[in-house]
Design a protein around this ligand. Structure first.
Ligand SMILES: Nc1nc2c(ncn2[C@@H]2O[C@H](COP(=O)(O)OP(=O)(O)OP(=O)(O)O)[C@@H](O)[C@H]2O)c(=O)[nH]1
Ligand SMILES: [Mg+2]
Length: 432
């Protein structure tokens, strides 16, 4: 099914298995930079490889948070590359020339093309096999016996492979939406779009049909994805102030520690912490422990105290994270108090943390009730604890804000990644 297999190689390079019977023989190489990738290509293929596609990837792990990148190169043998260029993959080539590397729209169409190519090839294969069978095996009909030739009897007993037709594809898409917990509202508009799809005709196995359905849903939801924005530090004297807000226990304090680590330890940015959470017993100690481990100054602002004093004390910082007490999305009074306590900060970026492990009702409730704080961004937390992610299209539609980060475990600082369109799309479709 896959036309490209990647084998993890040594260091930063990962090499792929070569062409299989059914594939087009793409080989994927990932390296720190283009130079490294080309060195691997030369080593493995000499001059016999053609580069089909390159793009810049964000690196995983903590460094990825800071915009660390690697380069992904797809190569194939010259013969295949030439064939592609002559054939329908010319479109893919044209696509490579423009747009940002992280743009999701440049990735999936090629995957879609790959599977459509394969489905078409299979249709041709089946037709050829049928023609051969007809010309070789069929017994002459005598007209005297009602018994059928063995081959034609076998053909009758074997059920035909499923055919791609519009209704079949739509029902597969509907099943996919069900499995991923999409709301009625999301199902409605996605299926409406799905019915407009002009499906390819032909035969395909179940796995191919499922993949096709998934690719189509990806194409439908892609234009509706929110923008993604990482945190960008300010400067000494004018630090960026970022407050994390959200319902209780969604991971605000832990996420601050995860976020602070790469900025402070890797980039050398001057980071500071302020906590407004003197409400929960142990909350200050929790952040203080992280502050001590990281060597980051912490200021605690108690009830009635002025946040401006804490900000003044941290004016030599470039990035200040503000931890806040978890508030129930149903508690309008406390949400208003939280808004008031943040109002003393001049320029402020508010990130609303939403745990995917919560119920869709609780998540959407938070999206709505925290609007009183006029939040700027979403951070999706606890991806690792969630079973289904189909609430996300509703979240994005209702919040109407960008997404900054996704957290996926309890490990500080590793279990966090910057939001990307690819990650959001995969998430909605049930990946982790
Ligand atoms: N599985 C998982 N657990 C997480 C994640 N982020 C945080 N946690 C855990 O969730 C629990 C609560 O995390 P906190 O950071 O204290 O959450 P909080 O939002 O600050 O909580 P309050 O301040 O009480 O509202 C802790 O046990 C964290 O380790 C995540 O991405 N995945
Ligand atoms: Mg907390």
């Amino acid at each position: 099914m896959n036309h490209t297999k990647t084998l993890q190689g040594k260091g930063t390079s990962a090499l792929a298995a070569n062409r299989g019977d059914e594939g087009i023989g793409l080989v994927r190489i990932e390296a720190k930079n283009l130079e490294g990738a080309l060195a691997v290509i030369r080593e493995r293929f000499g001059d016999d490889a053609g580069v089909v596609h390159t793009r810049v990837l964000r690196r995983s792990g903590v460094r990825g948070l800071l915009g660390g990148t690697s380069v992904e190169v797809f190569v194939s043998d010259r013969e295949s590359v030439d064939a592609w260029r002559r054939g329908s993959f010319a479109d893919l080539q044209a696509e490579e020339s423009g747009g940002p590397a992280s743009s999701p729209s440049r990735e999936e169409p090629s995957a879609l093309q790959l599977i459509l190519e394969k489905v078409e090839a299979r249709v041709a294969e089946v037709a050829r096999a049928q023609r051969e069978q007809e010309s070789q095996g069929a017994l002459p009909r005598t007209g005297l016996s009602s018994e059928k030739a063995p081959e034609s009897r076998a053909a009758e007993e074997t059920p035909p492979p499923p055919t791609i037709d519009d209704t079949g594809l739509v029902s597969l898409i509907s099943g996919l939406l069900d499995r991923n917990g999409f709301s009625e509202e999301s199902r409605k508009w996605i299926l409406e779009e799905a019915r407009k799809i002009d499906s390819p005709r032909g035969n395909a196995d179940q796995e191919e049909l499922q993949l096709l359905a998934r690719l189509h849903v990806g194409e439908i939801i892609r234009p509706k994805l929110p923008p993604v924005v990482p945190i960008v530090p300010g400067e000494v004297g004018r630090p960026k102030v970022v407050a994390l807000v959200g319902p209780t226990g969604v991971g605000k304090t832990t996420t601050i520690a995860k976020l602070a680590s790469p900025f402070h330890l890797i980039e050398g940015d001057k980071v500071g912490f302020i906590t407004l959470d003197t409400y929960r017993i142990g909350a200050v100690d929790q952040l203080r422990r992280y502050a001590d481990i990281l060597g980051v100054p912490l200021r605690v602002v108690g009830p009635g105290e002025k946040i401006s004093e804490a900000l003044a004390a941290l004016s030599d910082r470039e990035l200040i994270f503000v931890d806040t007490a978890g508030r129930s999305q149903k508690d309008a009074t406390r949400l208003t108090q939280l808004r008031d306590s943040l109002s003393g900060i001049g320029e402020l970026e508010i990130h609303l943390c939403l745990s995917l492990a919560s119920s869709p009702e609780a998540i959407l409730g938070a999206v709505d009730s925290f609007k009183v704080l006029d939040y700027d961004c979403l951070i999706i937390t606890k991806l690792d604890e969630a079973y289904r992610h189909g609430v996300l299209p509703d979240v994005f539609r209702n919040a109407e804000t960008p997404v900054s980060y996704i957290t996926c475990g309890q490990e500080v600082p590793d279990d966090i990644r910057p939001a990307t369109h690819q990650a959001l799309e995969a998430l909605i479709l049930g990946d982790r």
